[in-house]
Design a protein around this ligand. Structure first.
Ligand code: NAD
Length: 281
C-alpha cells in the first residue's frame, strides 16, 4: 500500500513554488501578495490562518493578515475587500470561514474579485471550473487532485466516487476528475446504498465529517482512497476512512492528519501565484 505523504508532497510543492516566486520576482520586480481576513477568535481558524501565513512567507510571497473582532460590521469587511480588490500589490484575497452569523457569507464571497479569489468560491470561478475554463480551484480538492495524479497520471475511464457534495469539497473534486475523463458519482447523506457505490470505485474521495465511515469492505482492492475528513474523537483526530483496515485493501491512502491538510495550504499558495500570473498577462 502506498501511504500518500501529504506533508512531503506539500513540502515538494512549496519548494517548486518558491523557485517560481524567485523567477517571477526577477521578471516583474514584484512578488505575489496574499491577504487573509480573519474575523473573530475561533481557535481552529486562528491556527489555519497562522499556518497559511507561515507557509506564504516560506515560499517568498508577501502575506498579510487583517483581523477583525467577532462583532465587526458586515459593511466594514465588504469595504475592506473592495479596497483590496483595487490594490495592485494584492494578488489573492481569502476570508477565513466560518463567518459570524450576522455576516452574509455569499455576499463576502461575491465581493472578492474573481481574479483574486484564491479559494475558488466565487460563482464565476465555480462556473469556469464546471465549464472547463481557466479558474481558481478550491484548495482542498486541488490538493487531493494533485496527489491522485501523482499515484495515477492517467485517470481516463476510472470510476471515481465522491462522498459528500459540499461546494468546498465534493462538487469541485467531481469537476476536476470529470475533466480527467473519470466517470464520476457524487454521493451524499440521502444516497441509498453508499457501500455499493464505493465498491465500484477506483478512486474514493471521502469528505463527510463522519469518523471512520468508510470501512475495508466498502473498498475495491487497489482503489485510491483520499480522506478529507477531520474529526475530533476520544482517540484523537481521525478521518472519514477507517485507516488501519482500509490500508489493507487500498492501493494508496492518505493518512489523517498528514494527508490532505498540508496540501490544502500549499495549494492556497499555488492559487495565489496563479492569480498573480494571470494578472500580469
Ligand atoms: P459539509 O458538512 O459541508 O458536507 C458534508 C457532506 O457529506 C454533505 O454533502 C452531506 O450530504 C454528506 N454526508 C453527510 N452524511 C453522509 C452520509 N452518511 N453518507 C454520505 N454522505 C453524507 O462538509 P465539508 O465542508 O465538505 O467537510 C467535510 C469534512 O472534511 C469535514 O470533516 C471537514 O472538517 C473536512 N475538511 C478538511 C479539509 C482539509 O484541508 N483536510 C478541508 C475542508 C474540510
Amino acid at each position: 500500500m502506498i501511504l500518500i505523504d501529504g506533508k512531503k508532497a506539500a513540502a515538494e510543492l512549496r519548494e517548486e513554488l518558491k523557485q517560481e516566486v524567485l523567477q517571477l520576482k526577477a521578471k516583474h520586480n514584484k512578488v505575489p501578495g496574499l491577504t487573509v481576513i480573519l474575523i473573530g477568535d475561533m481557535a481552529p481558524s486562528q491556527i489555519y490562518v497562522r499556518n497559511k501565513e507561515k507557509s506564504a512567507n516560506e515560499v517568498g510571497l508577501k502575506s498579510e493578515v487583517i483581523k477583525y473582532p467577532e462583532a465587526v460590521e458586515e459593511k466594514t469587511v465588504l469595504d475592506k475587500i473592495e479596497e483590496l480588490n483595487k490594490d495592485e500589490n494584492i494578488s489573492g484575497i481569502l476570508v477565513q470561514l466560518p463567518l459570524p452569523k450576522h455576516i452574509d457569507k455569499q455576499k463576502v464571497i461575491e465581493t472578492i474579485l474573481p481574479e483574486k479569489d484564491v479559494d475558488g468560491f466565487h460563482p464565476m470561478n465555480v462556473g469556469n471550473l464546471s465549464s472547463g475554463y481557466e479558474s481558481s480551484v478550491p484548495c482542498t480538492p486541488l490538493g487531493c487532485y494533485l496527489m491522485i495524479k501523482k499515484i495515477e497520471p492517467n485517470l481516463s475511464g476510472k470510476k471515481a466516487v465522491m462522498i459528500g457534495r459540499s461546494n468546498l469539497n465534493g462538487k469541485p473534486m467531481a469537476q476536476l476528475l470529470l475533466k480527467e475523463n473519470c466517470t464520476v458519482t457524487i454521493t451524499h447523506s440521502k444516497t441509498k446504498d453508499l457501500k455499493a457505490e464505493c465498491l465500484e470505485a477506483d478512486i474514493i474521495v471521502a469528505a463527510v465529517g463522519i469518523p471512520e465511515l468508510v470501512k475495508a469492505d466498502w473498498v475495491k482492492k487497489d482503489a485510491i482512497v483520499i480522506d478529507v475528513g477531520i474529526n475530533k474523537t476520544e482517540k484523537g483526530i481521525v478521518g472519514d476512512v477507517a485507516f488501519d483496515e482500509v490500508s489493507k485493501v487500498a492501493k494508496a491512502l492518505t493518512p489523517v492528519p498528514g494527508g490532505v491538510g498540508p496540501m490544502t495550504i500549499a495549494c492556497l499558495l499555488k492559487n495565489t501565484i496563479e492569480c498573480f500570473k494571470r494578472s500580469q498577462k
